[in-house]
Design a protein around this ligand. Structure first.
Ligand code: NAD
Length: 251
């Protein structure tokens, strides 16, 4: 019975995607769970193990050593080992088939790019780069040794910070601008692996819905969106559902 309902929902979703003139894929931490990266929230979430205060901007500036020890442990130490999963790869297939135009991600793990997704907008920035808090120089994280902490800028010896949005920092203007464009111009959003609890990112699907967009949601659990704005809820793991969508849209 559950399988039959999911099959019907998959058909409904693929009809919406086929009719859409511009589809935007909106991702959260759940998309990368099957690559071995935990979510922040929920029973197995990182915030159950550690207080998120170490990535609050004023704490970071006042306690760079303590903050960097945890940033290294929770973000950089695993970065070399992670790989895109079948959901990331499925997005590439859907883009190559012409069904997805852009990707807005809240994730900072670079896995959309690693899977060769196109037109990826990183709303919360990325671990791939660090930025100097003194001179603004942006450097590739892979060129920075983390043996001695905190890492310092080669040019001016200022403090380096990962180029993702810390608590207390604004969303970069360019990222907001790109999100606003998609809200205005896309007629379908595929919202995957996000609770919708982090704002302003979580508001993007809400504004898109208000602008007339259809909302297809993929999640293992109901989210803040499911009973309010979601048109088609595809319940399950991102890898399984996106692979099924690719199959449905290939037939
Ligand atoms: P979240 O941790 O609040 O929620 C994750 C959501 O994913 C939940 O709704 C959960 O039910 C769902 N989920 C879990 N496993 C799934 C799976 N296999 N398939 C589909 N859905 C699954 O995440 P969030 O809403 O993205 O917000 C947290 C913030 O933390 C975001 O801003 C994000 O940038 C950041 N974050 C990023 C990463 C990363 O880059 N990989 C990891 C953790 C957190």
């Amino acid at each position: 019975m559950i399988k039959k309902t999911l099959d019907q929902q998959l058909k409904k979703a693929s009809e919406i995607i086929k009719k859409s003139k511009r589809t935007c894929f909106f991702s959260g931490a759940g998309l990368s769970v099957e690559s071995g990266i935990p979510c922040f929230r929920g029973p197995k979430g990182i915030w159950n193990m550690i207080d998120p205060g170490f990535i609050e901007i004023n704490y970071f500036l006042n306690n760079p050593n303590e903050s960097w020890k945890l940033i290294k442990k929770y973000f950089y130490d695993f970065l070399d080992d992670i790989k895109p999963n079948d959901a990331h790869k499925g997005i590439t297939k859907l883009q190559n088939m012409g069904y997805i135009k852009t990707v807005i991600t809240q994730n900072i793990d670079c896995l959309h790019q690693a899977a060769k997704n196109k037109n990826v907008y990183e709303y919360h920035g990325t671990l791939e780069y660090m930025v100097c808090m003194n001179c603004g120089l942006r450097v590739k994280s892979s060129n920075i040794q983390l043996d001695t902490l905190p890492p310092l800028c080669d040019k001016c010896r200022g403090l380096l910070k990962p180029d993702f949005v810390f608590f207390g920092e604004p969303i970069p203007f360019k990222a907001q601008d790109q999100a606003d464009y998609e809200i205005k111009n896309s007629d379908c959003f595929i919202v995957t692996g996000t609770t919708g609890e982090v704002v302003p990112a979580g508001l993007i699907p809400m504004y898109a819905k208000r602008n007339g967009s259809k909302i297809i949601e993929i999640n293992t659990e109901k989210s803040n969106y499911t009973d309010y704005i979601t048109d088609v809820f595809l319940q399950g793991k991102a890898t399984q559902i996106i692979s099924a969508l690719v199959k449905e849209l290939t037939e």
